[in-house]
Design a protein around this ligand. Structure first.
Ligand SMILES: *Cc1c(COP(=O)(O)O)cnc(C)c1O
Length: 351
């Protein structure tokens, strides 16, 4: 019966499900192989021992965490908003902007949440195909924006799942020629050498989203943030749910951000492993291996069952629907041990 009452555009909508699994080698969700550092673990234990806040609602504005983020990026606290993952902020942003039928322009292939979140918020996604080498078609993006008058343009850099970044100068070229709000999703920004955050003063219609789920190893506590001009941040605040971040999420994210030496070391480690993994993958036959500025590597193979064969060995990677005769796999860069297990398995399967 409920079916007759469900919104039309959700009749064929697929809700997000992902099996919750703990394989031996989990390289399918771009998570960090590192968990809490000793420093952060000790702070957490001390806090739990003298904790007196769990019975109270948390600070709805996540002030302490926003202050830490603002000081990290040398912006003011009013330039920062925090969400339950950057996913929540993407949703808030669309809720603020979209009236039924409004358009959202986004790249493809890219993060699937852009499309589904736009639909959930009564918007119409317009997907712009990336170039053959996955670079962004700058002129086409500008033209499509000017023709379609979207409420929002989303750019993902480095892009998931392709791994390439969109250089700042190209983002600036777009920003100078496009009037609508522009969301730059830098979920993997820590692994690339570029960010638009210092440029938000120049471009008040740009907002940059980042997350603690990837480089900071906090996917389990769901914290993301946005940085932009005060007017932009105030706008997103209109739809931010109250008390969105738990006391514990706010605390842990603050401590982790302040653990700068550990973070730097871990990011450098993963970047070194990434380059090593790319070299190893390129030594294997019949694989196309893309460059990456993120913590994952996209490969293309003719072996349509490669992902299942890895799964049979308890190694999980993400596979994407095949075009004629080829399939794409996105492999998260793991720790040394995990990467060796993966390469050994691939050698066994492909050579
Ligand atoms: C993982 C990811 C996010 C968001 O992750 P949260 O856990 O919700 O912060 C956002 N954008 C892209 C492209 C991602 O890959």
């Amino acid at each position: 019966m409920i079916k007759h009452y469900i919104r039309k555009e959700l009749q064929n909508f697929k809700p997000y499900h992902a099996a919750f699994r703990s394989p031996k080698v989990k390289l399918d969700a771009n998570e960090s192989p590192f968990s809490l550092s000793e420093n952060v673990k000790n702070k957490l234990i001390q806090w739990i021992e003298k904790e007196e806040n769990i019975n109270l609602y948390p600070d709805t504005d996540s002030t302490e965490l926003r202050e830490a983020i603002a000081s990290f990026w040398n912006v003011s606290v009013e330039n920062v908003i925090c969400g339950v993952g950057s996913d929540q902020l993407i949703d808030c942003m669309m809720k603020v902007l979209l009236e039924p039928g409004d358009r959202v322009i986004m790249p493809t292939p890219s993060f699937s949440m852009y499309r589904s979140t736009a639909i959930l918020n009564h918007g119409v996604p317009i997907e712009i195909k990336l170039n053959e080498d996955y670079s962004y078609p700058i002129d086409e993006i500008i033209e499509t924006c000017n023709k379609n008058k979207p409420k929002l343009l989303i750019l993902c850099s480095p892009n998931n799942p392709t791994g390439n970044r969109l250089p700042n100068e190209q983002i600036e070229e777009i920003a100078q020629n496009v009037k609508c709000p522009i969301l730059i999703d830098e979920a993997y920004g820590e692994f690339s050498n570029e960010t638009m955050i210092p440029l938000i003063r120049q471009y008040p219609h740009i907002v940059v989203f980042r997350t603690f789920s990837k480089a900071y190893g906090l996917a389990g506590i769901r914290v993301g943030y946005g940085i932009g001009d005060k007017e932009m941040i105030d706008a997103i605040y209109l739809t931010k749910p109250p008390y969105n971040l738990s006391v514990l999420s706010q605390k842990i994210a603050t401590w982790v951000l302040q653990d700068e030496q550990v973070n730097q070391k871990r990011i450098e480690y993963l970047k070194t492993e990434r380059e090593h993994l790319i070299r190893e993958l390129r030594n294997l036959p019949n694989l196309r291996v893309f460059d990456s500025d993120a913590n994952f590597i996209l490969i293309e193979t003719q072996d349509l069952e490669l992902s299942e064969k890895l799964e049979a060995r308890d190694i999980f990677v993400r596979s994407f629907a095949a075009f004629e005769g080829t399939v794409f796999l996105r492999i998260t860069v793991g720790n040394k041990e995990q990467n060796i297990i993966l390469i050994d398995a691939l050698k066994d399967l492909l050579i």
